[in-house]
Design a protein around this ligand. Sequence first.
Ligand SMILES: [Zn+2]
Ligand SMILES: [Zn+2]
Length: 366
Amino acid sequence: MKIQAAVAYPGETEFKVETVTLEQPKDDEILIEIAGVGICHTDIFARDLAAVLFNDPAVLGHEGAGTVVAVGERVSKVAVGDRVAVTFRSCGSCGNCERGPAAYCEDFQVLNMSGKRVDGSTGLTGETGQLAGNFFGQSSFATHCLTYERNVVKVPESIPLELAGPLGCGIQTGAGAILNSLNAEPGTAVMICGGGPVGQSAVMAAKIRGCRTIILVEPQASRRDFALEHGATHAIDPAAGDVKVAVKEIVPEGLEYAFDTTGIESVIADAAACLKNRGALGLVGLSHVDASLPVKINRLAGAGVRLIGILEGDSEPDQFIPELMDLHLAGKLPFDKMITTYPFEDINRAIAEQHAGECIKAVLIP
Ligand SMILES: [Zn+2]
Ligand SMILES: [Zn+2]
């Protein structure tokens, strides 16, 4: 079938929206008509590395939500007409999938980032030939996408379908980091570095968890203000002075938890320095390939400080995404407030405005 998709051409910095051909679903695939798709930093990361990651121009997008329009013969989890949010893909049968969380699937890279199905095909053809697809098992920067049972979670009628996609990546990553990975205890002090969608979701989750002190470190005033309206008790502008000094004024005894969404070494080093004994630092922001941390071994071995790498908020999507939807419906996770919608054709403008901080989370509406 002919669909519209945003295609990333290796070496080019803008997506091109064009007509491409999508195959009908194979036995284990689900065809979705996209109602909305969020833009996540990993899409930009993959666009800029398209020449390295994929051989062909690629259709990215991994925060899709929409309506099931066809299913393969072996699909029983959803049926035509179901409303679904689409998350990352996992195999469901490796040791890590069986133990959970599924984000640490031993085949995560192949299933989410290879640009292909496991049989090597992609299901997508463009004007110049085969397109890389299957990004996070969805490639949802398009009017339609193919996905899999383990990617989809049903969305109740009470949640606007077009806004549900970010639950599948950015929001579950931020909220999951606090609620699952760090498992922050009520009454504790937590600092969140970076006020993008992942950081703001973490702020909301820290409030849900009953943390006593919730500090956001973020250079943009509008994002600091947003956090203060949605759960943060303090916001620090890192340009205004030494973050460590500012934190010490708020929490002289130090933090139980810090969560970094920036991937910036100096920010992470400062966050680690603010932890009290047995404090934990969660890391979710990807960095450059050679980035590393000068960690004082005696802080870890001598004070029980913990460093935790986090993927997708340690989410088991079938359990955690419905929990997030329930929290949203109870008014406790107003993630819709951070979303600005854009017409699908305006993908490049949406990315530019998200990057410039003019919106927190951009969602494209095909
Ligand atoms: Zn993402
Ligand atoms: Zn697996």
